[in-house]
Write a new protein. Sequence first.
Length: 135
Amino acid sequence: MLARYVEFQVKGDELGWLISIEAQKNIPFEIKRTYYIFDTREGVRRGKHAHHKLQQLMVCIAGSCKVSLDDGAHCEAVLLDTNTRGLFIDPMVWHEMYEFSSDCVLLVLADGWYDVADYIRDYDTFLAACKNSSR
Ligand code: TYD
């Protein structure tokens, strides 16, 4: 299984609902950066890369999208359509996000600052790196 989920506890009362995400408590890393993807045009695929070291957790806090995961040996596609569950993306997993609903807001928590050098943006380079690391 490439997809690793964390289920969030939903708190709240008659006023409404709240979910809290705490570093090293309900997610297993320190958060150094957060960003969110929204107003994505129809038919767009985003991501299309892997990271050497970065760990990330994606939560679709509104709407829905799909995420494909590929570790060089196995592929999997998952639907993110709830704000009560996060999806971990490990390092060295090629990921693409697609089929964004028009109201989709995809929140991403990451354990590192934005670093261009941590990206692998070429799929063949990614596959070669996977082969090298399994030797
Ligand atoms: P990009 O990595 O292409 O997005 P995606 O992989 O989701 O398709 O990022 C889009 C732009 O935003 C690009 O100019 C880089 C910039 N960016 C930052 O400045 N900081 C960040 O944390 C991220 C994720 C992107």
